[in-house]
Ligand binder design. Sequence first.
Ligand code: ZN
Ligand code: FE
Length: 239
Amino acid sequence: MKIEIIPCLNDNYSYLIFDEDKRSACVIDPSEAKPIIEIVEKNKLKLRYILNTHHHHDHVGGNSELKKKYNSKIIGFKDDKDRIPEIDILVKNNQIWKEENFEAKIYHIPGHTSGHIAFHFFKEKKIFTGDTLFSLGCGRIFEGTYEQMFNSLNLIKKLPKDTEIYCGHEYTLQNGNFCMANDTNNLKLKDKFSKVKKKLENNQPTIPTILEDEIECNIFLRAKDLESFSKLRDLKDNY
Ligand code: ZN
Ligand code: FE
């Protein structure tokens, strides 16, 4: 399975995963259609599936145009069927979604939105976390509770340590600054943050990040309990 990281809008990432033999592809969270179409055409792919982590416009904005052009099927969480544009296939928590050579486990991870899900391609050890877990940060709590977000992050924390994390935005620099300001003696964080800055200087994405790095460096994953997590989340909202 090959993967292309596709920058969209200001700071979003969409991801195209594809099977090199079959030329069959899935896109995760197409913010807009145009940059996705370019990569699909360049690689001579058939865009079979559109996977949405949640209903926010910067994650589903390309749904309709891509579906129309490629006759793709749109996959999203069952409870969001009325707010994910043109959804075809409804998935639920802990279900395995499998088509062709694509196989992902669905986790319902509410907090950012009530219907947020992650797609875990467990054989490839890749997880698409949308706006729940970012590199060195986590999503804002819009519809859920602190406790839901805390539990959602803890669920991801239990995956194999070498899992690659693909998130919805390039927020790593701002997130890293916040971690550095509030976790001053963390040497692993210092090291990770300097690598992050080098990548950005070279115009490279800081994604994917590895779960092990996040457990050691991401202040939100390091929070010991719900209370300290909630305080950090409030602090970050006003940072
Ligand atoms: Zn969002
Ligand atoms: Fe977003």
